[in-house]
Design a protein around this ligand. Sequence first.
Ligand code: SAH
Length: 348
Amino acid sequence: MIEAGAKRDIRKLKLEELKEFFVAQGDKAFRAQQVYDWLWIKSAKTFEQMTNLSLETREMLKEYFVINHIKVDKMQRSADGTIKNAVTLFDGMVVESVLIPTEKRITACVSSQVGCSLACKFCATARLKRQRNLSPDEIYDQVVAIKEQAELFYGRPLTNIVFMGMGEPLLNYANVTSAIEKITNQKGLGMASRRITVSTVGVAKMIMKMADDGVKFNLAVSLHAAIDKTRSSIMPINDTNSLTELGEALKYWYQKTKSKVTYEYVVWKNINDSEEHAQALLRFCKLVPSKVNLIEYNPIDEGEFQQASDETLSMYMNLLERNGITCRIRKSRGKDIDAACGQLANKG
Ligand code: SAH
């Protein structure tokens, strides 16, 4: 029974619960679907917008519920067209999300947690520590905000979504998959799963769970080193989640989903810029069908990490391509406004 007074966030209710609510109010169960369509297809931010409901019903909903929509408080635009949003959540916490335009695509890069618990040495978000998980509606709202910006500023639809903002999506798996369900459902934003990529540090047991769940979105793994000692020195998770375990999980993933894996990899001077590292990456790539994105390093510190030379990148690229592994060099976007990979740290 839902009582008036302590107002609940209506988007926390399942459709079934909302139906029960309307029936308990002496109304029809189908009213719930109408409200649900407003919330998840039309992304209504207020009850006033729900114009196919009577004024009375809208007033009644206001008595019982709130819609805790995120607020885009600050928007910065980069010279290259990238837009970074500082997003305030209902409890005042802030995350960032990014719109990345290219010729063919408009990609939304969204956050899944406030801060991050993983402590990767090269990432600015790691310094924020994990505060909490984002809820499904907070993730969904970031996508909607960027979808609206794509239409407003570029006159184009949002085409892709990457979970490469703040946080580790697989450590907030239930909420991330629930948001993706709303984003892909025809009774939601209706976007195709194959246009969504979840990027993870590589939590082995969660990759296996995803495989068991038969998820349809793409998987990207932030690898950065295929030699345990090196990977552990820059990504502490590797201490308890070794490359062997990761490799096994990825084999299981491929066996179940038949979906290629993308590895994200930064080459740093004196860390992983030797031929030995490139060979190790090649061996790792042979475990399952995969491709490699060599990401440009976005400096976040006083020089402990430095981007390797173009020659080193070519060495990696040639070795991989010669052995049939697709490899691309990904230039940073939005660097001038701290919107690039690893730079999201609520500087404002
Ligand atoms: N936790 C997830 C998603 C967030 S990070 C993950 O680890 O995949 C998104 C990508 O940016 C990851 O590939 C991450 O390794 C990379 N990244 C982090 N800091 C970076 C930096 N300073 N320069 C370039 N890429 C960085």
